[in-house]
Design a protein around this ligand. Structure first.
Ligand code: UD1
Ligand code: UDP
Length: 382
């Protein structure tokens, strides 16, 4: 029997981390031929994930430029996809989340009349400029997709309210599947700076910050707040693997460079990052992925954004929306550092985002959609 050709299209670090376990799952199914098309929107940060999960791209558009604009990413990915789709003629395209690669991949598939499956579908803030441009990317992909794989019930509700076409499945987030292989108790860091940290004797804060809407003043204010927190707590150290974006690196260097007990390091691979989070005191971040990973490890999170499309862990009490204002960030970090009862309230493991079986559900759902399986997979329930 002819196999169903499924092409996963991705290009940034978080897409790769969250698609890797799915690509593996698809490759192991008898009905599917699994192909990967990398846009290369990220280069080093993408290659690092491919290496860790031992994956290889069947196609690589290699589009990254040093100061890439949203238009340049989208147009270069869209044009590159044309010849790939012409040649490979997949039966289904899978895209993930909300990046420019996601949008361009879905649009290219639409131009070629190839159905699209959207992994991590239905997350919304309903503010088109926050996160920017991600909110618009994922909303537009919602209109294109025929299969929507929502991590949570609330995500699926958003899509139902929007009356999107196609089938909606509640699957859990594939990042929880990925964590099954990365987090290990006996893990030893390969990054010297991480091996030198005293996790038992010091209070280590893991920090990441990279969002476009935080560029400029908000990012300066966030970093000034972090500097103040470290300078007023001698037992605190901050580890910040700084994103390779020049806008972020410049700001981080200006505000945090050379400050005692603040470790600015290059991005680390995903195993290093997950094991750093598993051992830290708490997490400060504007990242999407970290908001899903840290609660599963029982680590409190302060979100350095004005809103979040991931309200589930806020409701569970492990994540607080700190915003981007200096005073509020300092206040919430002080609470975590100085009031053990507040720390304890936040530091409990919750898994609203998945049970580690998202990829199995997605693969089952694809089989069901194409008539290769009788039963629709049961929804993930938190
Ligand atoms: C992109 C996504 C964002 C996602 C983030 C994850 C868009 C519009 N944004 O934002 O949704 O949260 O990835 O990290 O799709 N760079 C390198 N090497 C790398 C990666 C990046 O040098 O491996 C530098 C390049 O100079 C590049 C810049 O970072 O131009 C910015 O990368 P870009 O993908 O445009 O934006 P991100 O902020 O990474
Ligand atoms: N991450 C990583 N190395 C780092 C920083 C983050 O592997 O130095 C991982 C992190 O654990 C998560 C993902 O990258 O799985 C999040 O990516 P990012 O913050 O770049 O994007 P977002 O999730 O905000 O879209």
């Amino acid at each position: 029997m002819k196999k169903l050709k499924i092409m996963s299209v991705f290009g940034t670090r978080p897409e790769a981390i969250k698609m890797a376990p799915l690509v593996r799952e698809l490759a192991g199914r008898e009905h599917f031929e699994s192909l990967c098309c990398l846009t290369g929107q990220h280069r080093e940060m993408l290659d690092s994930v491919m290496e860790i999960f031992r994956l290889r791209g069947d196609y690589d558009l290699n589009i990254m430029q040093k100061q890439q604009t949203l238009s340049s990413i989208t147009t270069r990915a869209l044009l590159g996809m044309d010849s790939v789709l012409e040649e490979a003629k997949p039966d289904l395209i899978l895209v993930h989340g909300d990046t420019s690669t996601t949008f361009a991949g879905a649009l290219a598939a639409f131009y070629h009349k190839i159905p699209v499956g959207h992994v991590e579908a239905g997350l919304r803030t309903y503010d088109p400029y926050s996160p920017f441009p991600e909110e618009m990317n994922r909303t537009l992909v919602g209109d294109i997709a025929a299969l929507h794989f929502s991590p949570t019930n609330a995500n699926a509700d958003n899509l139902r309210r929007e009356a999107v076409k196609g089938d909606i499945f509640i699957t859990g987030n594939t990042v929880i599947d990925a964590m099954k292989t990365t987090v290990r108790e006996d893990y030893r860091f390969t990054t010297a700076a991480l091996n030198e940290l005293d996790f038992a004797g010091r209070r280590i804060i893991a920090l990441t910050c990279h969002r476009r809407e935080n560029y400029g003043q908000p990012m300066h204010d966030i970093f000034r707040a972090v500097r103040h927190i470290v300078q007023t707590h001698p037992e605190v150290e901050v580890v910040y693997p700084v994103h390779l974006s020049p806008a972020v690196r410049e700001c981080a260097q200006t505000e945090l460079g050379g400050v005692e007990r603040i470790h600015l390091i290059d991005p680390v691979d995903v195993e290093e990052m997950h094991n750093l989070m598993a051992r830290c005191c708490f997490v400060m971040t504007d990242s999407g992925g970290l908001q899903e990973e840290a609660p599963a490890m029982g680590k409190p999170v302060l979100v350095l954004r004005r809103e979040t499309e991931r309200p589930e862990a806020v409701a569970a009490g492990t994540v607080k929306l700190a915003g981007v204002e200096y005073d509020n960030i300092v206040r919430l970090a002080n609470e975590l550092l100085e009031q053990p009862e507040i720390y304890e309230q936040m530091a409990h493991a919750v898994n609203p985002y998945g049970d580690g079986n998202a990829c199995r559900r997605i693969a089952d759902a694809i089989e069901w959609h194409f008539g290769l399986r009788e039963e629709k997979p049961a929804d993930f329930k938190a």
